[in-house]
Design a protein around this ligand. Sequence first.
Ligand SMILES: Nc1ncnc2c1ncn2[C@@H]1O[C@H](COP(=O)(O)OP(=O)(O)OP(=O)(O)O)[C@@H](O)[C@H]1O
Ligand SMILES: [Mg+2]
Length: 335
Amino acid sequence: MGLLTRDIALDLGTAATRIYNAHAGVVVNEPSAVAVNVTTGRILAIGAEAGRMAGRTPAHVKVIRPLRAGNIDDFEVTGRMLQHLLLVAGHRIPARTQAVVCAPSDTSGVGRRAVLDTCRVVGVTRVKLIPKPVAAAVGAGLPVQEATGTLIVDVGAGTTEIAVLCLGGVVAARSVPVSGDALDEAILQHLRRQYQLDVGRHTAERLKRDLAAAETAGRRLSVRGRCSYSGLPRTLLLEGAEIRAALRDPLDRIVWALTAVLDHCPPELSQDILMRGLTLTGDGSRLHGLDRLLQQATGTPVHIAQDPGTAAVRGAGRCAEDPSLRNLLESAPTR
Ligand SMILES: Nc1ncnc2c1ncn2[C@@H]1O[C@H](COP(=O)(O)OP(=O)(O)OP(=O)(O)O)[C@@H](O)[C@H]1O
Ligand SMILES: [Mg+2]
């Protein structure tokens, strides 16, 4: 149990909510999920417990993911979730706590106000925002303040954010709604179309994560589902190459967005990037072979940040603590 220092950092992600404080580092890293009894409206579980219930609930229970594409979709549920996660982490919010919150770089005024309102629910009224790619780059230890081009690609669950940064600012950026969730969906669709096999999201996600295992020793991946015609359970054995082929379309969309950002990048910065390469953050960057694909597509070296999923919240935390990084923060909207 510990007290939060005055400053905390929050990354309210589509798949995971992360909370950082100066004393203890990342204190919360849990699924952004809430299980609700739809008949009574009662919340039954939050975070990891709710995540485990997804796809296995009776008809009257629904597992809600209150964030969509990194934006707050259900303000009330997000507030309750955040309140609960802070509580189970054993922390309370001292007066005058300041929160630095990662925000998608294309968040609208409404999205920004939703962040502010959610923070108010948990008792935080002093809020600064930081564009997610900037936070991720700081968390990955990149020299964002220097007069050199830095290319960061954050592959999350809801969005892939691509940005070229220089002198503490965003020079070119693009956010595409294609990342981990879209890859799971592509696997789900492929199994339905090709084999009339219905599987849950968790199963599709597991197949995606197991691609590395499939590559070593040409192991085949087993998948259990339900035949969409007969309704009977069925098991299939799949080659890793087949899953990879199913992912080609969404991965191509990420590559196009990346080449578009590079096309709009001033020539001097392109030179820096060609030499120093790009850095991947977000847990979606753990997809087996993604680094190789992007390296081939851009001709630049690709590095995966250490602990890529928490890079953004750690970066936001550093900006909260380090006065020399304060220029990277933006004020939250006043109403
Ligand atoms: N080993 C792995 N291989 C492939 N994908 C993975 C692996 N580990 C995690 N993922 C994927 O990473 C995604 C979650 O990434 P992350 O936690 O960075 O998202 P997020 O920050 O919640 O989302 P966003 O930033 O888009 O709002 C999920 O789609 C998950 O399936
Ligand atoms: Mg994220």
